[in-house]
Design a protein around this ligand. Structure first.
Ligand code: S3P
Length: 441
């Protein structure tokens, strides 16, 4: 671990000023991963702007470089991907490191299952504990051969040279990563690959495949494609990540006197569940200047402080706000009354067990929260200072930085280095907006 990361491994945070001004959060993580992947497999040169300079997406770019793809970085947040075509990747003997990124590993499993060389995918301590059977089993049904550690855990050892066959598959859990792994393997399969989802999830893979010229049919909860076509390079403009904007939507909603503008936020409806949940709680968030950028809906969001009250979070919103629960827990813990969350068991297999990590941390700050197997019951109230552990989970760290703005004493937040996976520069942007958060002494 570098000295820099060690120094920044903990934050102290406390009540700052009302959040003010206008800011743009970094590029969308999901879109950035996919832009590099499809750009690499395309014919021609793909220019990606607004690319997330996070550890996760850089890990994915490094994997493709190792596989023989030339990727230039003419300026920060810009990538020029020199596509090698569907069959141009070259295998390497060494393991390919996906870092902390579940998206990277699961989508790569789909791509690599279709190659004529063997590969091994590894990840960091957190990723090494995340379930992979959800992708290896349906990929095996397509003819792939992927060995895991006991319990279906990484590393993934992917055998090349297999002949893949399209399947029709209904996802047992709402997961865009699983859907995308199957669609990407389907690019290399004979026949049609069809995915049905009980709850529609983010559709960036489908939209981007279409933008790269691959014939695909899709609607919420459904996607169908066939193998054997080509991807043609195109330009990708990555919108600002709604999931990163989410921390500021909550912070400005709960800190009295705040009025903040978030610029050019990606508003794909499969991502904006938090907006609906916060509005049910009484938040004052206005969408301004809605427009399309790079084929994705984008808007500026103006958020003003508003007193929030507890709600039963509608279960139908869960997949559309799956990454936003840590931030929502903070809104609930500081709102008036009770908030109930159900149908969110997936939170237990994210970068950390997000139900347990949030419950433990919030209790350390005096909140009243009861964990349930698939959610939590949170009684809103006041928070005091204390010490919380992020368990290396970026979104937990940033959520407690928001909680600290309302706490009566200082909050020490441990194990925060992984914030760089999705939101490099979070502290600087948060401080610019008025929050008090910085490296612990
Ligand atoms: C993602 C899908 C979601 C999400 C993750 C990114 C993607 O994961 O939590 O941050 O880019 O496809 P699941 O598919 O596991 O729900």
């Amino acid at each position: 671990m570098s000295a820099l990361i060690e120094e920044q491994a903990a934050w102290t945070a406390g009540s700052g000023s009302p959040l003010r001004g206008s800011l743009r959060v970094p590029g969308d993580k999901s879109v950035s991963h996919r832009a590099v992947m499809l750009g690499a497999l395309a014919e021609g040169v793909t220019r990606v702007t607004g690319f997330l300079e996070g550890e996760d997406t850089r890990a994915t770019a490094r994997v493709f470089e190792r596989l023989g793809v030339r990727i230039e970085t003419p300026s920060a947040s810009e990538r020029i991907v020199h596509g090698v075509g569907m069959h141009g990747l070259r295998g390497v003997a060494e393991a390919l490191d996906c870092g902390n990124a579940g998206t990277g590993m699961r989508l790569l499993a789909g791509v690599l299952a279709g190659q004529d060389f063997d590969s091994v995918l590894i990840g960091d301590a957190s990723l090494s504990k995340r379930p992979m059977r959800r992708v290896t089993e349906p990929l095996a049904a397509m003819g792939a051969q992927i060995d895991t550690e006991d319990g279906g855990l990484p590393p993934l050892r992917i055998r090349g040279g297999r002949s893949l066959q399209g399947i029709e598959y209904t996802l047992p859990v709402a997961s865009a990563q699983v859907k995308s792994a199957l669609l990407l393997a389907g690019l290399y399969a004979y026949g049609d690959t069809v995915v049905h989802e009980p709850h529609p999830t983010r559709d960036y893979t489908e939209r981007m495949l279409a933008a790269f010229g691959w014939p695909i049919e899709f609607s919420p909860g459904y996607a169908r494609l066939s193998g054997g076509h080509v991807l043609r390079a195109t330009g990708i403009a990555v919108p600002a990540d709604f999931s990163s904007a989410a921390f500021f939507l909550v912070a400005a909603s709960v800190v009295p006197g705040s009025e903040l503008r978030l610029e050019a936020v990606g508003m794909n409806p499969r991502r904006t569940g938090l907006l609906a949940a916060l509005r049910l709680m009484g938040a004052d968030i206005v969408e301004e200047n809605p427009r399309a950028e790079g084929g994705e809906p984008v808007a500026d969001l103006r958020v003003r402080y508003a007193p929030l009250h507890g709600v039963d979070v509608p279960e139908a919103l869960v997949p559309d706000m799956i990454d936003e629960f840590p931030a929502l827990f903070i809104a609930a813990a500081t709102a008036k009354g009770r908030t109930t969350i159900r149908g969110a068991a997936e939170l237990r297999v994210k970068e950390s067990d997000r139900i347990a990590t949030m419950a433990t941390g919030l209790r350390a700050l005096g909140a009243n929260i009861v964990e349930t197997p698939d959610g939590a019951i949170i009684e809103g109230g006041t928070l005091h200072g204390g010490e919380v552990d992020s368990h290396g989970d970026h979104r937990i760290a940033m959520s407690f930085a928001i909680a600290a703005q309302l706490a009566s004493g200082e909050v020490r937040i441990g194990d925060v280095a992984n914030v760089a996976t999705s939101f490099p520069g979070f502290e600087a942007l948060a401080a610019k907006a008025g929050m008090r958060v910085g490296p612990a002494e």
